[in-house]
Design a protein around this ligand. Structure first.
Ligand code: BES
Ligand code: ZN
Length: 398
């Protein structure tokens, strides 16, 4: 048996009494804090470690200095891959990204389609505002709250009303999880011509208050904003002809407690060998921290092909200013899909350093600094993915 695996197993067995848990974090952070590394992946600069709560606190303090959230990703207990396999997967995905960036077929081109252009004009800032107002009016959407499923059921009811009279079948379900009692919401528009090819649109529905003593977690920006972007995408899409590919929308449970909902869903899709062509994650879209109409495109746990696709659609339709940045860890649900080798994209409201400072607190409310015209760009990104990629045969070229 491999040495790394043995160390991993020994630590895992003793982890119950030491109350340690497995994480993925930036290698340099672990080194700086002298946290023992079990295995590392040099090209993407992430490493695997078991940390006690005291080590976790040190990591959190350290990442706050860099303007990050937790700065590490807690791995689900039910990992499909061993730590070693996971790092090997990440390494090969990184190599594929580098191959794509070197390859002559990169730099995709897109020509404007009048039907898409007119759909983009329908994006309503008022609708986005109304949804964010509604979702952030719940005291909390935290997955550990006793009423965690109240807003979930209300949102599902809204989807059911919206889809009652569509010309083609749309299915809506709540997904139960092992790791949280909160449910994820799942809506499927079946593809007409290529139903087995799936495009995933995701946003986490839960919120959290990490401040001492807890309290309300309105989560207006994090992540009523991304949730609202997807609802508005859907509204416009439902008036369009049935797409060729299957479009699946997820409002995930338990993201803030360790990507719980998405990691269970993505692992299941992988096990079932589902052909997910592309995954979009919208998490925080309302705070124009760098500048209005400047968005961050995260380069870690995302695919070079999809980032190129974003650039192409941006040149043709969105006309935003794109700056590339990194989370440094699996900061949102796209990481769950990426770990399972699916192609992902994570456009973000700003750079990490200039993002909304009020998240994870009772202050993450609607205020003058939030900008719905800025947020509307993200609905447009989702709409182009649905109407362009959803009606084509294009996919990651490897
Ligand atoms: N929206 C946040 C984090 C985020 C920060 C996304 C910067 C993109 C750029 C997200 O909901 C979050 O808080 N994630 C957790 C990660 C997790 C594994 C618990 C975090 O960053 O601490
Ligand atoms: Zn968050």
């Amino acid at each position: 048996m491999n040495k790394l695996l043995v160390i991993g197993m020994v630590l895992f067995v003793s982890s119950a009494s030491w109350a340690a848990r497995p994480i993925l974090a930036e290698t340099s952070f672990l080194r700086a804090l002298k946290i023992p590394i079990i295995a590392e992946e040099p090209t993407s600069h992430v490493a695997y470690a078991y940390v006690t709560s005291e080590m976790e606190d040190r990591l959190i303090d350290n990442s706050h200095l860099f303007g990050k959230c937790a700065g590490f990703e807690v791995l689900p207990e039910l990992q499909v891959q061993s730590p070693e396999q996971l790092l090997t997967t990440l390494k090969s995905l990184q190599a594929k990204n580098e191959d794509y960036d070197r390859a002559p077929m990169r730099a995709l081109q897109m020509t404007a389609d009048p039907q898409i252009e007119s759909a983009l004009q329908q994006v309503s800032e008022q609708n986005l505002r109304a949804t964010v107002e509604w979702l952030s009016s719940y005291p909390t959407r935290a997955s550990r709250d006793a009423k965690a499923n109240d807003p979930v059921t209300a949102f599902k009811d809204r989807l059911q009303q919206m889809t009652a009279f569509t010309g083609y079948p749309v299915s809506i379900e709540l997904i139960d999880h092992r790791g949280t009692k909160q449910k994820s919401i799942h809506l499927t528009i079946s593809g007409k011509g290529r139903p087995n090819e799936i495009i995933v649109f995701g946003a986490h529905f839960d919120s959290i208050n990490n401040q001492w003593g807890g309290g309300n977690a309105p989560g207006a920006d994090d992540n009523a904003s991304g949730s609202a972007n997807l609802l508005e995408t859907l509204r416009i899409l439902l008036a369009q002809p049935q797409p060729q590919r299957t479009l699946e929308f997820f409002w995930y449970a338990g993201e803030e407690s360790g990507l719980i909902g998405s990691s269970e869903i993505a692992a299941q899709y992988k096990t079932q060998k589902k052909d997910v062509v592309a995954v979009l994650q919208l998490d925080m879209t309302l705070y124009p921290g760098t500048a209005p109409f400047t968005l961050g495109s995260m380069t870690d746990f995302t695919s070079a092909w999809m980032r190129d696709y974003l650039r192409a659609m941006n040149d043709t339709y969105i006309k935003a200013n794109i700056v590339e940045d990194k989370c440094g860890y699996g900061c949102s649900d796209h990481a769950s899909w990426y770990r399972n080798s699916y192609a992902t994209l994570m456009p973000f409201e700003a750079t990490m350093r200039t993002m909304n400072p009020n998240i994870h607190s009772s202050q993450d409310t609607l205020n003058q600094k939030l900008n719905f015209a800025h947020s509307a760009m993200f609905t447009k990104i989702a709409l182009v993915m649905a109407m362009d990629l959803g009606n084509s045969a294009a996919r990651q070229p490897y």
